[in-house]
Design a protein around this ligand. Structure first.
Ligand SMILES: Nc1ncnc2c1ncn2[C@@H]1O[C@H](COP(=O)(O)OP(=O)(O)OP(=O)(O)O)[C@@H](O)[C@H]1O
Length: 538
C-alpha cells in the first residue's frame, strides 16, 4: 500500500461555482469535474501521481466542516431504527419463544465473553439430577438479603406469620457485590425447556422450568471465590436460617398406657442475655464459651471427644436459672428438652428418651438434687438388683450422658440446675461432665440496672439509684423479687419507691434466703487438663 496515496477532492464552500480545489498532482485530472457539494476520493499511485487507481464520488451534501448535515443524520437514524423495529417485531412474531430466549442468551454470552474474556462463570443449577441442590437453595436464601440499586425487578412475598417482606431476584436480574475487593456478579436465570425425562412437569405441559444462578467474576479470583467466598456465603445462610428458626420446648408427654415420648411447643420465654440480670463479665464469659463451642466442630473431632458441653447452674430459687436456660436457647437457637427425672423409671427408659432428642439442642435436668434419689432407685424391690435396666441409677444417667448419647449426636448441651450444689453427688460434678459451674446469685446493683432498663426503660440514671445501691449492700434480694416490684406500676417513680420500701423492710427483718453463705460467685471453668483425665468414667 506504500505506493498509494489517498486524496480528497472537494468543491470549495466559499465559491458558488463548480470549482474543485485540489491537492497534489492530481489537480489537473479532476479540476472542474465536481459539482457543488460533491466530494471525491481518489486513490492514486505515488510513483505515477496522475495515475488514478480508484475514484469514489459522494453526491451527499456535506457540511461546512466536512461532517454530515443534521438532516442526513436524522434520515439515517430514522431508517436504521425503523429497520430494527421491523426486525424486532418479525423476530418476536415468527420465532418461537424458546428459540428467542436461546438466541438472546447465546448472543449475550458471546458478547460477554468476547468483551470480557478473562471472566469466569460458576453455574449453580436448582437440582442435581433428582435431588435438590443444597447450594442453590442456600444461594436463594442469601439473595433474599441482597439489594442493589441497579436491580429493576424483584419478586416479593410475605407469609401470614412473617411481618417482613421476602424478596427474590426475578428472571435475568443481576446483583453485584464485592468480596475482599473482588467484584462478583450474581444473575438469576430461569428458562423453559423441553421435558425429556418423560415425567409430568409442574407446568402441566411437556416443558419444565430450569433455574440456575450464575456467579461471574474475573478468572484470577477463581480460587478465592471457591475456597473462601462460597463458604462465607454458606455461613451467612446458616446465620440467616438460625435467626428465623423457632425454638421449641420439648417436654415428656403422658399418654396413658403408652411409652412416654417428647411433646413439643414453641418456646415463648423471651429471656435473652440482654434482659438477664447477671454480672457483665460473667455474661460475657458464658457467651464466649457458647460461641466457641458451636464453632469447634473440627476441634472436637480432632481431639476425639463428643461435641457436647455441660453446664451446672446453681443458686437460690428465683435467681434466674430457668431464665438463663431460655436465654441460652434463644441465643443459640437450640431446642430445649426439659427432663424431670421423677418421670423416668429406668435406665432403659432414660436411654430411649435421650435417643429421641435432636442435635443442636439443650437437655435440661432441673433441680437434680431433689428430683430423684439416685443411685438406689428401683422400680420393684423384688427384682434382681443386677438388672440395671429396670432401675434408674446415677451411674446409668452419667454413663449414658458421657457415652453413647453424646457421641451419637452433634452440638449437644446438657444443663443441670440445682438450688443446692452441696447436696449433689460428687460424680455429677466431676470435671468433664459439667464444664462450667455458674452461680446464679442474689441481685447486684449492676444486675438491678439491667432489670431497671428492661422493666422500666431506665437506660442510665434515676435519682433513686443511689439509695437503692446502698440498700443492695445490706440486703440479699433475688432478681425475681425485684422484678416483681418493678412490674407493679407503669410509673417508674412509683415502682422504684415501692422497691426502696421493700428493701428497707427486708433490711429491718434481716431475713436471709437460701444459700446466702455460698462464697463462690459467678462462672467457674473446670480446667481442661483435669477434664481430659477423668473423661469417660463414672
Ligand atoms: N437473673 C435474672 N434476670 C432477669 N430476670 C430474672 C432473673 N432471675 C429471675 N428473674 C425473673 O424471675 C422469674 C423467675 O426466675 P427463674 O425461674 O428463672 O428463677 P430460677 O432460679 O430458675 O428459680 P427456681 O430455682 O425456683 O426454678 C423469671 O421469670 C424472671 O422474670
Amino acid at each position: 500500500m506504500n505506493d498509494r496515496q489517498i486524496i480528497w477532492l472537494e468543491t470549495s464552500p466559499t465559491f458558488d461555482r463548480q470549482e474543485a480545489p485540489v491537492f497534489g498532482d492530481t489537480s489537473q485530472i479532476s479540476r472542474n469535474s465536481l459539482a457543488f457539494g460533491q466530494k471525491m476520493l481518489l486513490i492514486v499511485s505515488t510513483t505515477m501521481p496522475n495515475c488514478v487507481l480508484t475514484k469514489t464520488t459522494s453526491t451527499a451534501k456535506m457540511s461546512l466542516n466536512g461532517l454530515p448535515s443534521p438532516a442526513t443524520i436524522y434520515a439515517t437514524y430514522a431508517s436504521v431504527s425503523s429497520s430494527v423495529m421491523l426486525l424486532r417485531t418479525t423476530f418476536h412474531q415468527i420465532v418461537p419463544r424458546q428459540v428467542q430466549q436461546y438466541v438472546l442468551s447465546a448472543i449475550t454470552r458471546f458478547f460477554y465473553r468476547s468483551i470480557v474474556p478473562d471472566q469466569f462463570t460458576l453455574v449453580v443449577e436448582e437440582s442435581r439430577g433428582m435431588a435438590q441442590n443444597y447450594l442453590y437453595d442456600s444461594f436463594q436464601i442469601y439473595m433474599t438479603t441482597k439489594d442493589n440499586p441497579k436491580t429493576n425487578c424483584l419478586k416479593i412475598s410475605q407469609s401470614q406469620k412473617d411481618q417482613k417482606l421476602t424478596s427474590k431476584l426475578a428472571h435475568s436480574q443481576e446483583i453485584t457485590e464485592f468480596y475482599q475487593g473482588i467484584e462478583i456478579t450474581w444473575a438469576f436465570i430461569c428458562r423453559r425447556t423441553e421435558n425429556t425425562s418423560g415425567k409430568n412437569s409442574s407446568q402441566g405441559s411437556g416443558d419444565i422450568m430450569k433455574k440456575w444462578f450464575e456467579l461471574r467474576f474475573k478468572k484470577v479470583h477463581k480460587e478465592t471465590v471457591m475456597d473462601s467466598y462460597i463458604p462465607f456465603v454458606l455461613e451467612e445462610v446458616k446465620a440467616i436460617k438460625n435467626a428465623k428458626r423457632v425454638v421449641k420446648l420439648h417436654t415428656l408427654g403422658n399418654v396413658y398406657g403408652a411409652p412416654r415420648c417428647w411433646d413439643s411447643i414453641t418456646l415463648e420465654h423471651s429471656s435473652t442475655f440482654e434482659t438477664l440480670a447477671m454480672e457483665p463479665n460473667e455474661k460475657k464469659a458464658l457467651k464466649d464459651d457458647l460461641d466457641l463451642f458451636v464453632k469447634r466442630k473440627d476441634y472436637f473431632k480432632r481431639v476425639g471427644r463428643a461435641w457436647k458441653r455441660g453446664y451446672l447452674l446453681y443458686g437460690p430459687p428465683g435467681t434466674g436459672k430457668s431464665s438463663l436456660v431460655a436465654a441460652m436457647a434463644n441465643y443459640l437457637k437450640f431446642d430445649i428438652y426439659d427432663l424431670q427425672l421423677m418421670n423416668v423409671t429406668s435406665d432403659f427408659e432414660f436411654r430411649r428418651l435421650l435417643l429421641g432428642t435432636a442435635n443442636r439442642s439443650i437437655l435440661v435436668i432441673e433441680d437434680i438434687d431433689c428430683s430423684v434419689e439416685l443411685p438406689d432407685r428401683k422400680i420393684k424391690d423384688n427384682r434382681d438388683n443386677s438388672n440395671h435396666d429396670l432401675k434408674f441409677t446415677l451411674s446409668g444417667l452419667l454413663n449414658f450422658i458421657d457415652g453413647i448419647w453424646s457421641s451419637c449426636g452433634d452440638e449437644r448441651i446438657i444443663i443441670f440446675t440445682t438450688n443446692n450444689k452441696d447436696k449433689l453427688d460428687p460424680a455429677l460434678l466431676r470435671p468433664g461432665r459439667m464444664d462450667m459451674h455458674i452461680h446464679m446469685s442474689y441481685l447486684t446493683f449492676n444486675g438491678f440496672k439491667t432489670l431497671a432498663s428492661t422493666y422500666l426503660d431506665i437506660k442510665h440514671q434515676h435519682w433513686r439509684f443511689r439509695e437503692i445501691e446502698e440498700l443492695f449492700g445490706s440486703v440479699q434480694v433475688t432478681p425475681a423479687e425485684v422484678a416483681e416490684e418493678l412490674m407493679k406500676s407503669s410509673d417508674s417513680d412509683v415502682c422504684l419507691g415501692g422497691l426502696v420500701d421493700f428493701l428497707n423492710d427486708k433490711k429491718r427483718k434481716r431475713t436471709t434466703i437460701g444459700d446466702g453463705e455460698n462464697t463462690d460467685h459467678g462462672v467457674k471453668h473446670i480446667p481442661q487438663s483435669k477434664k481430659m483425665k477423668t473423661n469417660g468414667c463414672c
